[in-house]
Structures are given as C-alpha cells and as structure tokens.
Design a protein around this ligand. Structure first.
Ligand SMILES: Nc1ncnc2c1ncn2[C@@H]1O[C@H](COP(=O)(O)OP(=O)(O)OP(=O)(O)O)[C@@H](O)[C@H]1O
Ligand SMILES: Nc1nc(=O)c2ncn([C@H]3C[C@H](O)[C@@H](CO)O3)c2[nH]1
Length: 207
C-alpha cells in the first residue's frame, strides 16, 4: 500500500466492530477511533419510538462522525499515519435510508453527501457479517438497557441493508479493499487462531 492505510471495521449492530477494532489496534499498534455511544441523548428515545426520533438521532450521529472524521484526517491521515476506526461514515446512509421517510430522508441524504463527499474514504473495510441469532445473542450479552427491545425485524433489515451497501461500495469505491469476515463462525474473541488469521490478513494488506 503506497500510503498509510485508513482502516474501518463495519457490520450490523453487535457484530463485534468495537471489539475487533480494539484488538487489532492493540496487536498492530495502531490508534483506534471509536464511536461515541453512552453520551448519545437520542438512542434511548429512538428505540422507544423510531418514527418520532429518527431524524434527530441520524443527524446527531452524522454530526458526531463528521467531527470525528475531520479530527482523524488532521491527526492521522494527513500526517501519513495509519489508523483504525470501528465504523465507516457510510453507515449513516445505511441507517438513514432505513429509519427516515419522505422529505426528511431526502434532506438527510443531501446533507450526508454535502458533508462527506470530499472526505477521505477508508482504504480497507473489515466487514463482519453475522446472522440474526448471532447478533441477538451478542446484543443480549452486552446488556445495554436501551437495546433490550430492538425489534428482530429491524436487525434483520439492517443485516440485508449492510450486505447491499457493501456490494454497492465495491462498485462505487473500487479502490477500497473489502474483507468479509464470517462473524458467525470466526470467533476472534474466544479463538486465538481466528484472531491471528484476521490480524495477519490485515498486516498483509497494509504492506
Ligand atoms: N466474536 C465474538 N464472539 C463472542 N462475543 C463477541 C464477539 N465479538 C463481539 N462479542 C461480544 O458481543 C458484544 C458486542 O460486541 P461489540 O460491542 O464489539 O459490537 P459492535 O459491532 O461494536 O456493536 P455496535 O453496533 O452496537 O457498535 C460484546 O459484548 C462483545 O464482547
Ligand atoms: N439509527 C441509527 N443510526 C446510526 O447511524 C447508528 N449508528 C449506531 N447506531 C446504534 C446501534 C447501536 O444500538 C448503538 C451503538 O452502535 O447505536 C445507530 N442507529
């Protein structure tokens, strides 16, 4: 790879993005950028009433990620330093297209493009795919109260949205390498060999 890579870990809710990004950052001695979750004032309300709160929530995520990405560009990417994030800003579009309707969706889509089109895109995406049962088990294991009532149908839609989004990114961003990890079977938490394999693959791509 000619320049220091910008790496993003992606996948639907509870797939293991933060866990894998943190483990890889430790192994490869990389700075890690993590999503801000606990201070989000709208998540709780959103899960209780998606129609009422989706616009506020999506805008909050978008503005936060925009600021984080700006900082990441200044601190690492423009200085030629590799960095790993536990998300790709593109997820705003994945979620926004799913949770917003009508004119709000159109306005949000426009704002998304205005804010992000000229920003650097990740060179490598590690995409953790996992099925509904795996995600539900991991969300339950993590035990965040506001996620207790996530509808399985919403999660299932997101699983499919993520698959479609990764296929679309492969076409629209051909310079991005997308590595798909089978999150149902590759257990980078409990199985050291599984983690070593993912870490070695990433090291190879970063050369
Ligand atoms: N491969 C795995 N095997 C078993 N448990 C896992 C695995 N990966 C993650 N977990 C556990 O599943 C839960 C969710 O993981 P994590 O928080 O990393 O997911 P995430 O994709 O970052 O979630 P979110 O979409 O909410 O940001 C955590 O309790 C974590 O310890
Ligand atoms: N609606 C919506 N839009 C997003 O951009 C977004 N990003 C993350 N999330 C939800 C998933 C987890 O519950 C929790 C932590 O990731 O926040 C989102 N929800």
């Amino acid at each position: 790879m000619k320049h220091a890579p910008f790496i993003a870990v992606e996948g639907p809710i509870g797939a293991g993005k933060t866990t894998l990004a943190t483990m890889l950052a430790g192994e490869l001695q990389l700075p890690v950028i993590k999503e801000i979750v606990e201070e989000n004032p709208f998540l709780d309300k959103f899960y209780q009433n998606m129609d009422d709160w989706s616009f506020q929530l999506e805008m909050f995520f978008l503005c936060n990620r925009y600021k984080q990405l700006e900082d990441t560009v200044n601190q690492y990417i423009n200085k030629g330093k590799p960095v790993i994030a536990d998300y790709h800003i593109y997820k705003n579009l994945i979620f926004g297209e799913r949770t917003l309707k009508g004119t709000k969706r159109e306005k949000y889509r426009e704002i998304y493009h205005v804010l992000t089109d000229d920003l650097p895109k990740p060179d490598i995406i590690l995409y953790i795919r996992a099925d509904l049962d795996t995600l539900l088990a991991r969300i339950a294991k993590r035990g965040r109260q506001f996620e207790e009532d996530i509808a399985p149908a919403y999660l299932q839609q997101l699983i499919e949205d993520y698959d479609a989004a990764m296929a679309s990114l492969a076409l629209t961003e051909p310079s991005t390498v997308i590595v798909t990890i089978d999150g149902n079977h590759v257990d980078f938490v409990e199985n050291k060999e599984d983690f070593t394999r993912v870490a070695s693959q990433l090291k190879e791509l970063m050369k």
